[in-house]
Design a protein around this ligand. Structure first.
Ligand code: SAH
Length: 346
């Protein structure tokens, strides 16, 4: 049997593991704290643990250590984009952004993505595998260690579809959220999905106070199917029904992401159709002028269309903001850096 990835265990799992090693359960809390609060990557640094236990741990387990291959920093706003190597050699991306309320990290949840959204770079090279919880939480640990900045918010908006890697994503939230770990409140964690409907229902019942974002991007099934294959599986009506259920159970507001694409979904009629869909819901709309990527013909909406779209929604009582464009001078949009890496340009 190979060694156990000890950083992938919840505190309860770690307690069981320590007992299985015929050691006292309370050591689990110490070890969990060293890995997830303090962020050490070597058992030797766990100074309040006996040498013999450290050696035993070393023999039977390991701490998953991720490696930063490349870091780009935006000269405009300080946004930092990381290309991170996993232990099996695969690469993922994380982005660190500074807001007035602190540092937000955007994490990946999978290596590649199956969802096939036409405007998204993360999915162009297909899907490789799910990340485990230690690889998701490890992105926070690695970036904090590298930058010395304390992360206060997490968004699952990097490479991958979080609700297509449900169990590992939930586990990572529990570890990130844990008082003996990074202790980031669930309300400071957002999860974005292209609309994996059954797992929205599951998430509603988890009793996690995270914010849910839905990548809607179109207002009719026909238009949505053109840009998002997931729309062939679940209609907008089914998706919104799940969202209403989520709001009913959690009492949490949902955020709808809408990428504005020139001539595709950015007309006044589109805005009015969106008003009609969302009227009466506790929702917030986030408009994203689409990031133009290679291998896609989609162009960013004109500034005046973005403004008109936002004003139409706001004047109809739907709270709408335009996402601040951070890191526009680096490859900050999902998947672009990894793609370069795969093309041997890094
Ligand atoms: N798979 C998840 C999370 C990843 S992407 C999801 O689909 O929600 C985070 C957000 O960025 C999503 O709303 C996604 O649709 C959007 N996005 C992806 N590529 C983009 C691009 N080129 N321009 C603008 N938004 C993009």
């Amino acid at each position: 049997m190979g060694r156990v990835n000890i950083s992938n265990l919840t505190l309860e799992e770690l307690e069981k593991y320590i007992e299985d090693l015929s050691e006292k359960k309370f050591h689990a809390k110490q070890i969990f704290k060293w890995i997830h609060k303090i962020g050490v990557v070597s058992f030797q640094d766990m100074t309040d643990i006996s040498k013999s236990l450290r050696e035993k741990l070393e023999e039977n387990s390991y701490i998953n250590n991720l490696e930063i291959i490349e870091c780009q920093t935006s000269k405009k706003d300080g946004t930092m984009k990381f290309l991170i190597k996993l232990q099996d050699g695969n690469a993922i991306e994380s982005v660190l952004m500074e807001y007035h309320h602190g540092y937000t990290i955007c994490v990946s949840s999978q290596v590649g993505c199956k969802m096939g959204c036409k405007f998204c770079a993360s999915t162009k090279e297909g899907y490789v595998r799910n990340l485990d919880a230690s690889e998701i939480e490890g992105q926070l640990q690695t970036v904090q260690r590298y930058t010395g900045k304390k992360i206060s918010n997490v968004v699952y908006m990097g490479i991958g579809e979080p609700l297509d890697n449900y169990d590992n994503v939930i586990k990572s939230i529990k570890i990130i959220n844990h008082a003996q770990g990074l202790n980031i409140g669930a309300r400071h964690i957002s999860l974005s999905t292209c609309g994996v409907v059954p797992n929205i229902y599951r998430l509603a019942k988890e009793n996690i106070q995270a914010t849910l974002s839905i990548s809607l991007h179109a207002t009719s099934n026909e238009k949505r199917r053109k840009i998002m294959p997931i729309a062939n599986r679940y209609s907008i009506e089914e998706l919104l029904q799940a969202c209403n259920e989520y709001i009913k159970i959690t009492g949490r507001r949902i955020s709808f992401e809408y990428a504005l694409i020139l001539g595709e979904n950015d007309s006044y009629e589109d805005a009015m159709a969106l008003v009609k869909l969302l009227r009466g819901m506790i929702a917030h709309v986030n408009l994203i002028p689409v990031n133009e990527i290679k291998d896609s013909n989609y162009k960013k909406s004109k500034e005046e269309s973005v403004e008109r779209f936002m004003n139409t929604l706001n004047s109809c009582g739907i709270v709408t903001t335009v996402r601040r464009e951070l890191g526009s001078d680096i490859d900050a949009a999902c998947g672009q850096l990894r793609k370069k890496y795969l093309e041997n340009k890094i």
